[in-house]
Design a protein. Structure first.
Length: 133
């Protein structure tokens, strides 16, 4: 396992703060417009998946996560900003709450939609990045 140097941790942290803040703002902004708060999380996760795919497509020779990533842009934007903008843990808890509330169809739609749409938009972003990189 490679050690992460302090400058890498700083880049990730500097990217994470605005990403987490933006997620909070977007989810709270859309909360009154959607039937349940988890659709705001769904939206930011899709935006982050597309954008991270795009960034990686523009720099196909680097990896998304350390070790092996020598790109400061990937650490700052990819791992830090888009990593904190998207949130798997919140998604998982929101699915559990939906199941607890016996909203079976919505839980299935949220789960399948998040995985399938997330993969599709990440692939679209990556393809767009490759085409323009």
């Amino acid at each position: 396992m490679a050690d992460i140097v302090p400058s890498q941790a700083l880049l990730v942290g500097l990217g994470a703060v605005p990403g987490a803040w933006l997620r909070l703002r977007v989810v709270n902004h859309f909360e009154p417009m959607v039937p349940r708060k988890h659709w705001g999380t769904f939206l930011v996760n899709l935006v982050a998946a597309f954008a991270l795919g795009l960034v990686l497509g523009l720099q196909p020779s680097v990896r998304c996560t350390p070790p092996g990533s020598t790109s400061s842009l990937i650490l700052l934007i990819g791992v830090g900003f888009f990593g904190s903008l998207s949130t798997f843990s919140t998604f998982a808890v929101e699915v559990l709450v939906t199941l607890r509330d016996r909203q079976w169809g919505e839980a299935l739609l949220l789960t399948a939609g998040s995985v399938l749409a997330g993969l599709l938009v990440a692939a679209a972003g990556y393809g767009l990045g490759l085409a323009h990189g």
